[in-house]
Design a protein around this ligand. Structure first.
Ligand SMILES: Nc1ncnc2c1ncn2[C@@H]1O[C@H](COP(=O)(O)OP(=O)(O)O)[C@@H](O)[C@H]1O
Ligand SMILES: N[C@@H](CCC(=O)OP(=O)(O)O)C(=O)O
Length: 415
């Protein structure tokens, strides 16, 4: 298969790339941090030992951890207090009525049933518990950790993006291990990362990490969701994220996690574009990182993209949230995606959304397929008036013209 490589070659890449990896991001999901009766101390101890092992080998390591909401739930024994979550109970009852199927109590209070307010409150409670556990666990290995809580807007402003980067690099210099989570308590929908897989990949891109390690509750990417299909087979080495690989991830999620496999594949895609390799594997397996770094064939390994995308272009493509859409005619699609040209108003046949100069906007073809994303030089109101026109008409219609291009090719990423 074109997107996978054979065992021998896969082993060679693992050994070489793990050996070379100096800067590593390890992301752990809620699913592995929790046990039946609370947080899983063994997993946290194991993680601290494993990350300390990487750190002792001279590598710079960041831990991106989920689990604040789960820790908050455990601390308040939330699952035993249905009265707290009236909305969750109501939506559960509606589902049960509609489907005629009574759902098991274990999934009744999964994160998906909590209101945003409840999740934010639980994250506030759980985050400090989580850090306390990590602090103690890393202390056993004489390692110091630092908490970094981020919202999406911390990364979508270029200056704050660079500032976060500088702080992390300074922590590396001080020999400290940064522990990152989303600042869930203040994150509103517009400020949110889609999930912590996304956050992990953005952090990996931010610091140009060599490797993104995503530890979860399955032991690999399978060719179908193993929880739904018992014949699903693990994939060992992925050379390119093709639509076929994306289709394997489907859109199912575990009861505790937010993103599911699909968001992990999106995350891996981002890291690959930045020239990093990725790994998806079992977070509860003892000594997993040591197995991995000794080149064993565990989990799924993803190779970096051959042509690395520039840092600024990755920021445009992956960090910014698009504010609108431009529909391009065939000629403009070809000019932008095949010939590396800037976008001119004459190729725009429609637009959706309200945006300002400098906002990120997606370009689609007439069938709605995304072809590019970039920063616009005109606000939506002005663009509406000049769409379809030749550039020499811009000034006549608007009374001014800053530039000919709607999107300059330096600010445009072909998807
Ligand atoms: N093709 C696939 N291979 C492996 N796991 C899959 C696949 N498709 C969906 N999944 C699901 O993704 C889940 C892991 O994602 P998630 O629940 O978000 O974990 P985490 O909390 O670690 O981020 C697994 O439990 C599994 O059921
Ligand atoms: N920031 C949230 C986790 C969000 C999230 O993406 O969770 P997961 O899918 O388990 O990685 C928390 O700490 O609970």
């Amino acid at each position: 298969m074109k997107n996978q490589i054979d065992r021998e070659e896969g082993l060679y890449f693992r050994q070489t790339l793990f050996d070379k990896a100096r800067r590593v991001v390890v992301k752990v999901g809620s699913a592995i941090l929790t046990a039946e009766d609370g947080m899983d101390y063994d997993v946290i101890q194991n993680l601290a030992r494993e990350i300390s092992f990487l750190h002792n080998s001279g590598r710079e390591v960041i831990l991106v951890t989920s689990g604040a909401v789960a820790a908050g739930r455990k601390k308040l024994d939330f699952s035993d207090k249905p009265a707290w979550s009236d909305q969750a109970v109501r939506s559960q009852k509606t589902d049960e009525k509609a489907t005629g199927v009574k759902q098991p109590t274990t999934t009744r209070f999964s994160d998906k049933n909590l209101s945003i307010k409840e999740k934010q409150a639980l994250a506030a409670i759980g985050q400090s518990c989580l850090m306390h556990l990590y602090d103690e666990a890393f202390d056993n290995h004489d390692k110091k950790i630092a908490q970094i809580l981020l919202t999406h807007s911390d990364l979508s402003s270029r200056s704050r993006y660079l500032n976060v980067r500088n702080t992390i690099l300074t922590l590396f210099k001080l020999g400290v291990i940064p522990v990152v989570n989303e600042n869930d308590t203040v994150s509103t929908e517009e400020l949110k990362f889609s999930d912590n897989d996304n956050l992990g990949a953005l952090v990996a891109n931010l610091i140009e990490a060599d490797m993104f390690i995503c530890l979860t509750d399955v032991d690999a990417l399978y060719d179908a969701d193993p929880q739904q299909d018992s014949t699903a087979k693990p994939v060992y080495t992925v050379s390119e994220i093709t639509p076929e690989i994306e289709a394997m991830a489907g859109n199912s999620k575990s009861a505790l996690g937010t993103g599911g496999m699909q968001s992990k594949i999106n995350a891996v895609k981002m890291v690959a574009a930045g020239g990093g390799s990725s790994f998806i594997g079992p977070g509860k397996k003892r000594d997993i990182l040591q197995h991995l770094f000794s080149g064993e064939m565990v989990g799924t390994f993803f190779l970096p993209q051959q042509e690395k995308m520039q840092s600024r272009k990755r920021w445009i493509a992956y960090v910014l949230k698009p504010k609108g859409t431009l529909v391009l005619d065939k000629g403009a699609c070809a000019a932008v995606s095949e010939n590396g040209k800037s976008l001119l108003p004459s190729g725009v046949i429609g637009l959706v959304g309200e945006f300002e100069i400098g906002d990120s906007v997606v370009c689609v073809d007439e069938d709605g397929t995304k072809i590019a994303v970039g920063l616009v030089n005109y606000a939506s109101g002005d663009l509406f008036r000049i769409k379809g026109l030749r550039t020499d008409k811009i000034e006549q219609v608007l009374g001014y013209k800053d530039v000919d291009e709607i999107m300059h090719r330096d600010n445009l990423v072909v998807l």
